[in-house]
Design a protein around this ligand. Structure first.
Ligand code: ZN
Length: 134
């Protein structure tokens, strides 16, 4: 977990290493990793900063070689909402707002649907048996 003060300190230090990276951009990039381990994020950010071919810190939160052997690299990336790629799947605030409660008795419909499927298969088998016996 990275606090705002931690993020500011890291952004200030990184700017001393990469004076072509602006402070707001650094704060945004670090902010996207705010649930990550601070030391791992700092190591990844400095690894990015050391690569002069990388022009902004925006890649920080993305998986990549800059995470190296950090504790963060060992964690699996979360599954993101297919509609809102910045929200975790199953915990997307936008989709939760749009969600409507299921209709009353929706659970009761499941056994009925299974029974309908069984009846359909039974009918199919009887028709096949009829054709066979003709
Ligand atoms: Zn969503």
């Amino acid at each position: 977990m990275i606090s705002k003060v931690d993020a500011q300190a890291l952004a200030n230090f990184t700017q001393r290493v990469r004076d072509d990276w602006d402070y707001p951009g650094l704060m945004t990039a670090i902010g996207k990793c705010q649930t990550y381990d601070y030391a791992a994020t700092a190591a990844a950010l400095l690894r990015l900063a050391g690569d002069r071919s990388i022009r902004t810190p925006a890649l920080l939160c993305e998986p990549g070689p800059h995470w190296g052997q950090t504790s963060q690299a060992a964690q699996k990336a979360p599954v993101m909402c297919p509609e809102h790629d910045y929200e975790k799947a199953g915990a997307c605030r936008h989709c939760e707002r749009k969600a409507v409660p299921p209709p009353p008795g929706w659970r009761d419909a499941i056994p009925a649907a299974q029974q309908q499927e069984r009846n359909r298969k039974q009918t199919e088998l009887e028709e096949l048996a009829d054709q066979w016996n003709r």
